[in-house]
Write a protein that binds this ligand. Structure first.
Ligand code: VGL
Ligand code: ZN
Length: 203
């Protein structure tokens, strides 16, 4: 059984949003077209409290996109984004939601960031996404969404570690940083991940 994971298709990652990914809106029509091809569709939602420590605003004297240490890990400091209850945290109004059976929220602990839909960045706490997918008989996980080099990448990495066959739908993602994406792709390929195009799945 195949699952499609829609990663963080939220207003703040789309043009006009607080942490807009260039051309992020281009992936929404693909997300909508691909859903009927799958046995299960699940979405992740970045869902931060206003005082989240991944926000540059929470660190006096630090700037957005500067790297600092958080929980012993390198942490990029982001603009405030996907704050719980704000319009920026909502899914795009253009995203079809009728096939989405579950939403996994992440980034709720103010002390640690959480790029993956499976675990926080320190692998301290699970969202139980892996157990949910296994409980639904899923063996293959397909990923799309934003951002290609952060949340899609780290979710794919954890999916591989959890033993799923992983298919990264490359043209249905957009990156914050192209160089970062090239590294992420090489890493996923080295670990057994597959890269596919949406056209291959829509045939
Ligand atoms: C993301 C940075 C911070 C993402 C989330 O969805 O890729 N990136 N929070
Ligand atoms: Zn975030």
């Amino acid at each position: 059984m195949k699952a499609l994971l829609l990663i963080d298709l939220q207003n703040d990652f789309l043009p006009g949003g607080a942490l807009a990914v260039p051309q992020g809106d281009a992936v929404i029509p693909l997300a909508n077209a691909l859903q009927p091809q799958f046995d299960l569709v699940v979405a992740t939602q970045d869902w931060h409290p206003a005082n989240h420590k991944s926000f540059a605003s929470q660190h006096a004297g630090k700037k957005v996109f500067e790297v600092t240490q958080l929980h012993g890990l390198d942490q990029v400091l982001w603009p405030d984004h996907c704050v719980q209850g704000t319009a920026g945290a909502e899914f795009s109004a253009a995203l079809a939601m009728h096939q989405v059976e579950a939403i996994f929220r992440k980034g709720t602990n103010p002390k640690i960031d959480s790029y993956s839909g499976f675990y926080d960045n320190g692998h301290l706490k699970s969202t139980a996404l892996a157990e949910y997918l296994r409980g639904r008989g899923i063996t293959e996980v397909y990923l799309l969404g934003l951002a290609a080099d952060f949340c899609v990448y780290f979710t794919a990495l954890d999916a591989l570690q959890e033993g799923f066959a992983v298919y990264y739908i490359e043209d249905a993602t957009r990156a914050i940083d192209q160089e970062g994406f090239a590294k992420a792709k090489a890493d996923l390929l080295a670990k057994g991940g597959h890269f596919v195009q949406s056209q291959d799945l829509l045939k």
